[in-house]
Design a protein around this ligand. Structure first.
Ligand code: EPZ
Length: 417
């Protein structure tokens, strides 16, 4: 297991290109199951999670070719409809093949994704939506088995806003017989990106990006070419890095409109943000002001930026309150940040962060994707050396993070264990 080593104290300056969004690529790659013929995808991030879903698609019989950031998938001859435990346990977003398989083949057997570090993460709403569309669902031996001769359009209400739940059901409804209305749907840019791809494939979808999505099912879809949208969470992570280190960083290939809540919060802390088309320049303020944050569904402040923002608040002047409203256990990074000298107390869904004069480098342990990113950020400003172990967590969602950070002046490297 590799580790990432960071020597704190450098001010980050320069330009870095943002990669394609993991959380857009995963459902969009799964959507290739909905049609025969060759679908091609560009600006696909080179990440472990992407390699995992491509392995899963191949195990289902799709032919997959990938070269750097371009992927081609031909699902003409699907030979299986089972997503095995050993693949799903590595990447819970594998559940995104469930609905495309039922819509295309009439059946699917997908291992139940277990919980993960940040929460139980049930999929009851995915299954409730699929049942509403007429599928029969059985759960046995740790697998979901779903069958439907042809899905039928239905009115579906999500009790909780669920991003992949909305994506899964949208893919099923695209091939259902009749009209489906998804209510309390997720509004994330990644949901809109998937809807755009489905429409290019011939689907009839209105309202993506709002809480009510109407889908008029069609008999079949056709293959298409797609460019994956930029990763707003990677962009936000680098914005925090610049604000944290007194830096001046320009991000290219990003979509600033997807970052409004993050830009607003960072400006409140005293950073300056300039938007120039698909580039965004962030310059640190004279000091880091304490600002309260409450994570929310889009367009609110993203839960995937909570850990990173907590590091900034740990180095701010004063006290801030961070409330995590999406996942029930997304403060695992707090104990590791405390090891670096942060002053944070947690009570339920709320963390009280008191800014400290400085953090001090130490060996720490990554626990989940965004928590590990926050440890890298802390290492950038901690006095001395910080070693982040179990960096496989970070490789799931950040493409060459140490190379990109080094490119803008960080003293950071990877050590093979
Ligand atoms: C997506 O996860 C993202 N992953 C997550 O990013 C992100 O944190 C999350 O959305 C919230 O924005 C991908 O898109 C691959 P949810 P998802 O369903 O869809 C509850 C990262 O770091 N819920 O929107 O799994 C759930 O427990 C990852 O890149 C149910 O109760 O999240 C949670 O409390 C981490 N039943 C809330 O809804 C369900 O059937 C939101 O979860 C589904 C969800």
């Amino acid at each position: 297991m590799d580790k990432i080593v960071v020597e704190g104290g450098n001010c980050l300056t320069g330009t870095v290109a943002i990669s394609g969004a993991k959380n857009a690529a995963l459902p969009i790659l799964a959507s290739a199951l909905l049609t025969d013929g060759m679908c091609t995808f560009t600006n696909v991030p080179d990440l472990q999670d992407i390699r995992s879903i491509l392995l899963l698609l191949e195990s289902l019989g799709a032919t997959v070719t990938s070269d750097a950031h371009t992927v081609a998938i031909d699902a003409t001859n699907l030979a299986a409809s089972e997503a095995p435990y050993d693949l799903v346990r590595k990447m819970r977003a594998s559940i995104l093949v469930l609905c495309p398989l039922v819509a295309r083949l009439g059946h699917a057997r997908v291992s139940l994704p277990g919980g993960c570090a940040i929460g139980a993460r049930p999929i009851n709403l995915h299954l409730k939506g699929l049942e509403r569309l007429g599928a029969t669902i059985d759960i046995r031996h740790g697998y979901v088995e779903a069958r439907a001769r042809r899905l039928k359009g239905a009115d579906i209400y999500f009790d909780t806003v669920t991003v992949t739940g909305t994506e899964n059901i949208m893919m099923a409804a695209a091939l259902a017989d009749g009209v489906s209305v998804l209510r309390n749907a997720a509004r994330e840019p990644e949901v809109v990106a998937l809807a755009d791809v489905l429409v290019k494939m011939g689907a009839s979808i209105q309202g993506a990006g709002t809480a009510v999505i109407t889908i008029n099912g069609v008999k079949e879809l056709r293959p298409t070419q797609t460019e994956i949208i930029p990763d707003r969470i990677e962009a936000g992570t680098f914005m925090v890095a610049a604000a944290l280190t007194g830096g001046d960083v320009t991000l290219t290939h990003c979509q600033p409109a997807h970052l409004s809540a993050v830009c607003d919060k960072l400006q409140q802390t005293g950073a300056n943000v300039e938007i120039q088309g698909t580039s965004l320049r962030i310059t640190a303020g004279q000091a880091i002001g304490s600002v309260d944050v409450r994570t929310q569904t889009y367009p609110g402040f993203p839960t995937d930026m909570q850990a990173q923002f907590m590091v900034l608040m740990s180095c701010a002047e004063g006290q801030s309150i961070i409330k995590e409203t999406i996942f029930e256990n997304r403060f695992i990074h707090v104990s590791e940040l405390r090891r670096l000298g942060a002053d944070i107390t947690v009570s339920g869904d709320t963390a009280v962060v008191r800014g400290v004069k400085s953090l001090f480098g130490a060996p720490v342990m990554a626990s989940d994707l965004r928590a590990s990113a926050s440890l890298v950020l802390a290492g950038l400003v901690a006095e001395g050396v910080t070693e982040i172990n179990r960096v496989y967590h970070i490789d799931r969602g950040y493409e060459q993070i140490e190379d990109k950070m080094r490119q803008i002046g960080a003293s950071i490297w990877r050590e093979k264990m």
